[in-house]
Ligand binder design. Structure first.
Ligand SMILES: Cc1cc2nc3c(=O)[nH]c(=O)nc-3n(C[C@H](O)[C@H](O)[C@H](O)COP(=O)(O)O)c2cc1C
Length: 357
């Protein structure tokens, strides 16, 4: 099957088109340092063509959830270096997913600091997990124009640290309602400076960050994850088709490694005019490899690659529960069932004890 054939992913030859999707597991120390279990977790999964790390906070300001890792101190770099060394020793490759949660956070997990965002617009109708249980989202503080430039600089520094930590590249998390996504959509971005208003202005932050990442990493080492039709975390826009069409056309001007497109996971009944077939609507606009994501089975992934709409497919829950996913695909073996109760936080159970075949 094509899913298990090699692919030239820009700077690399990878042995198969099975990508491990980025997955937060909330098993770092309170200071955001990953430990030995995390080394084992990624090394166990190194047979997948490309691993994308869990989302990693680029700064203290970026933090939104407890026990998520960071990439802004020397201790963070040293800890991630043990992970990347182990993945490389096992023959794998790993990108770091760079994360700023913006308004998807709570002062209770941020030492009393209210989260920052493009605008002081609260997430409605959802709650956030904090050490004190589920809480209403807070009204974030709007970043000043100078602060926006400082956040871009934080991304640049995290990209440099990712390099020092031995990663093979970086992915900007611009999906699922986090800070870059908050700049993109009109529902969360009411700014009147150069970072708000028109589509070009709302895309400026993401493009500034992507340019900074490419300046650090050079060609074919930087990817981006987008979720154009996922309203989660209040990501509402009147015209996602125009917004993401512009963004992807601008991304084509940069020497990127890939575009990671996450399909909608739920019905879009409340947004009948939003595109539902993301690969059909946006995939063809991008002139470099596409990683398709979102609910793929072995068969659906094979079909997607066969059709030419994507060159690679990333797997979340399946990769979490099946460390030897390519071997299972090859043998048409049964899968371990993901245990949702151990997705976020805890110890080795549900983390590094899923058996290989
Ligand atoms: C436990 C868990 C944690 C996740 N954390 C992240 C994350 O840190 N960054 C991200 O971009 N997506 C995250 N996701 C979403 C996955 O990357 C992926 O988009 C989603 O699971 C859909 O793919 P799937 O149907 O193959 O699981 C997470 C998903 C799961 C299950």
């Amino acid at each position: 099957m094509k899913l298990l054939t090699p692919f030239e992913l820009a700077a690399f030859s990878i042995p198969n088109r099975v990508v491990m999707a980025p997955m937060t597991r909330s098993r770092a120390t309170p200071d955001g340092v990953v430990g030995d279990m995390t080394v084992t977790y990624y090394q166990q999964r190194a047979s997948m063509g490309l691993l994308i790390s869990e989302a990693i906070n680029i700064s203290a300001q970026a933090i939104g959830s407890p026990l998520t890792p960071g990439l802004y101190t020397a201790a963070h770099v040293a800890a991630w270096r043990t992970v990347t060394d182990a993945v490389h020793a096992a023959g794998g490759r790993i990108f770091a997913q760079l994360w700023h949660t913006g308004r998807v956070g709570h002062s209770l997990v941020r030492g009393g600091e209210v989260p920052v965002a493009p605008s002081a617009v609260r997430i409605e109708g959802q709650q956030h997990f904090t050490p004190s249980g589920m809480q209403e989202y807070e009204v974030p503080r709007a970043l000043t124009t100078e602060e926006v430039a400082a956040v871009v600089e934080d991304y640049r520094q995290a990209a440099e640290k990712a390099h020092a930590a031995g990663f093979d590249g970086v992915e900007l998390h611009a999906a699922f309602g986090y800070l870059p996504n908050q700049f993109l959509v009109a529902g969360a971005n009411h700014r009147t400076d150069a970072y708000g208003g028109s589509i070009a202005n709302r895309c400026r932050f993401v493009l500034d960050v992507m340019r900074a990442l490419v300046e650090v990493w050079g060609p074919a080492r930087v990817g981006i994850k987008l979720s154009p039709s996922i309203p989660f975390n209040g990501m509402v826009d009147s015209d996602p088709q125009a917004l993401y069409t512009y963004l992807i056309q601008e991304l084509n001007t940069l020497p990127l490694a890939y575009l990671h497109l996450m399909r909608p996971l739920f019905p879009l009944d409340a947004f009948p005019h939003w595109p539902t077939d993301i690969l059909a609507t946006f995939g063809g606009l991008f002139d470099k490899p596409i990683i398709a994501n979102g609910g793929y089975t072995r068969e659906a992934a094979e079909q997607e690659i066969d059709s030419g709409r994507a060159q690679l497919v990333s797997f979340g829950a399946l990769a979490l529960a099946n460390p030897d996913l390519p071997a299972r695909f090859a043998r048409q073996a049964a899968f371990n069932e993901p245990d949702r109760a151990t997705f976020y936080g805890g110890g080795s159970q549900g983390y590094i004890d899923y058996p290989a075949l």
